[in-house]
Design a protein around this ligand. Sequence first.
Ligand SMILES: *[C@@H]1O[C@H](CO)[C@@H](O)[C@H](O)[C@H]1NC(C)=O
Ligand SMILES: *[C@@H]1O[C@H](CO)[C@@H](O)[C@H](O)[C@H]1NC(C)=O
Ligand SMILES: *[C@@H]1O[C@H](CO)[C@@H](O)[C@H](O)[C@H]1NC(C)=O
Ligand SMILES: *[C@@H]1O[C@H](CO)[C@@H](O)[C@H](O)[C@H]1NC(C)=O
Length: 493
Amino acid sequence: MVLSLCTVVAPGTQIREKNNTFSLVTRTCSLTDYISSATCVQSHYRLICRGGFTSNWLKAIKYEITHLRIMEWPGECFNIDRLQHHFPEIKILEFINCTTLKTFKGHFDSSCKIEKLIMHGMLSLWELPAEVVVHMPELREMDLRKNMLRHLKEPVLVGPRRLERIHLSENTWDCSDGGLDWLAMEPDNSTVKRRIADYYDLVCYQKLYRGKPLHKVMDIIRTMRQTCPEPCTCMMTHVVSDPKGAVIPLITVDCSKKGMEEPPSALPPSTTTLRLEDNKINTIRSVVHNPRYQKLADLYLDNNSITAVKELEGTDWFSSFRVLSLRGNLLKQIPVYAFDKAFQQNNNIMHVFLGHNPWRCDCHFIPRFQGLLLKYKRVIRDLPDIRCSESNDKKTSFVQISIMPLGNVCSSEVEMPISTINIVNLVLLGLIFIIVGRFIYDWHRFKTTGYKYYKYCKVRSCEVSTSPSSDAIPEPAPTEIELTSAPRLRINP
Ligand SMILES: *[C@@H]1O[C@H](CO)[C@@H](O)[C@H](O)[C@H]1NC(C)=O
Ligand SMILES: *[C@@H]1O[C@H](CO)[C@@H](O)[C@H](O)[C@H]1NC(C)=O
Ligand SMILES: *[C@@H]1O[C@H](CO)[C@@H](O)[C@H](O)[C@H]1NC(C)=O
Ligand SMILES: *[C@@H]1O[C@H](CO)[C@@H](O)[C@H](O)[C@H]1NC(C)=O
């Protein structure tokens, strides 16, 4: 019940609130907005006002105040013009914990005497607008620590003539969206950089650079910009830290649709991705043999005019790359064995794309190519687009190679050729049969004939052993003795 009430009521009130604040920003943004809730305390030349200004401080011009601290200003907008009017002599101005303040109306002008500007705890202010401060002739120091600042424009640092130092740490700097790229391009000893007293303490906060030291990220951005090849664009897509804490950028160089005939000769250090789609490149030799391309992991060569990839064979790059896209080129065939070998060795490999090429469909290439496609179907990601080139042969024209019956390319006569090794096998098999048959035959013959002799001998020799005269006679050799002795034994009894 309570929940549903909330959801019904909330949108209405939100809209009304937004309308109210909107009208406050545009219409009033006055120092008198919060008179009723404000408290102000003066001690000598110093004034501290909390939650707005009380009415007695806005009745006349207060020349005696030189140090003003504005705390917990309740609105989204603060009127600088009126502040200057009522307090023309302030030298130190502080904004503390104005958590809702987002915008300023007007700006400090050349009559401003402020020497030190302090802002802390401004949780809704993303950027100090340059126009507010650029004309301050006496400004020497700005302390902008402990806010939620994300961006900073160069004029904030260059504009105030006498500015000596600015403190910027403990903010939520966004180094990723180009808002600080101007700072990256400043030389290290430039006046602008030297004005930032805590430059080496600044930390990037947003997105991919979160937690990385700002000065290191700026160095990387500068190097990337200076080494980015014409006419390509370079982008940092990721940042990692190595175990020693060094920041390692992962850079994408995008050269697609530039009409290039050659890949760029150099890349920013630690480029991991190169996009060369829709160009006129016809060989990948310069990619795989260029030592500057060593760290390249992902290579996109879609829609070029590459006819062969023999150059990949045996290169280091081929056994360590992560992504290779050759879609939409003029490949008719690839060295299948080299691909198989490289894919086996490559532990980084993630995706390979080979679709939309005019593959040659014959019995020489297709059985091996199909084997490769099926063996690595987890890596080769566009099997449905890998088809035979268009032709008059209905059995192959535009047929998906990975599921094509091999009979389509290999006709039946050629289909089952009996290879020499099989002939040798058959001959050996025949020999084995002959040998085994011969052995069985011999054994059988021996068994039948040998058994008869043995039986005869046994019977006779028993009778022989009963005769005393035959005691010393050794066991007689079969056949002869038995035949001769038989009649003798019969005579004896
Ligand atoms: C809300 O703001 C719009 C302009 O943005 C204005 O036309 C409208 O009258 C306002 N409504 C109220 C209730 O203030
Ligand atoms: C500002 O707010 C923070 C946190 O709410 C608090 O710790 C700090 O004391 C406040 N500063 C002043 C000057 O009141
Ligand atoms: C900045 O440093 C470079 C070399 O590090 C030097 O050539 C140059 O003169 C320096 N510029 C200034 C303004 O100090
Ligand atoms: C390549 O060309 C085809 C057809 O012209 C197009 O559909 C495709 O988007 C292109 N691919 C890339 C990566 O540009």
